[in-house]
Design a protein around this ligand. Structure first.
Ligand code: 5GP
Ligand code: ZN
Length: 120
C-alpha cells in the first residue's frame, strides 16, 4: 500500500494541501481538530502514512498504534479536557461502513470537555 493516497482527504491534510488546525505532529503522527466537533474538545490522531482503517492493522503497526494511544491522554489534557476521574475523554475509532467510518484513512477520535455532549 502506498504511503499517500491522492484521493484521500486526510492524506491531503497531512501533506498541508488542505488546511487544518494542528494539535500535534511528529514524523509518524499528525493530530488536528475535527472540523465538525461532537464535543468541546474533539481532535483526530492519524498516521502520516495512508492506512485505510483498523481492519488493516497488523503486528508491524504495534509501535505506531501504541504511540497514538499513548499520546491521546497527554494531548487531551493539553486541549482542555479535565483531569481523570471527574473529567476524562472518549476515544473512538470507527472502522468500516458498519462501524460508521466515513473517511477511510485510519483516525482516532479523542473527545472530551464538560458534558452534556456524549452519545450513549
Ligand atoms: P469518521 O466518521 O470517518 O470516523 O470520522 C471522520 C471525521 O473527520 C468526522 O468527525 C469529520 O467531521 C472529520 N472531517 C471530515 N473532513 C474533514 C476535514 O476536511 N477537516 C477536518 N479537520 N475534519 C474533517
Ligand atoms: Zn490517506
Amino acid at each position: 500500500m502506498s504511503a499517500h493516497d491522492p484521493n484521500c482527504i486526510f492524506c491531503k491534510i497531512v501533506a498541508g494541501q488542505i488546511p487544518s488546525k494542528k494539535v500535534y505532529e511528529d514524523e509518524d503522527i499528525y493530530a488536528f481538530h475535527d472540523i465538525n466537533p461532537w464535543a468541546p474538545v474533539h481532535f483526530l490522531l492519524v498516521p502520516r502514512r495512508h492506512i485505510p482503517s483498523m481492519a488493516q492493522i497488523g503486528a508491524e503497526h504495534e509501535r505506531l498504534m501504541g504511540r497514538m494511544l499513548t499520546l491521546a491522554p497527554r494531548l487531551a489534557l493539553e486541549q482542555g479536557c479535565n483531569p481523570y476521574p471527574e473529567g476524562g475523554f472518549r476515544i473512538v475509532c470507527n472502522t468500516g461502513l458498519e462501524g460508521g467510518q466515513e473517511v477511510h484513512h485510519l483516525h482516532v477520535h479523542v473527545m472530551g470537555g464538560p458534558r452534556p455532549w456524549a452519545r450513549g
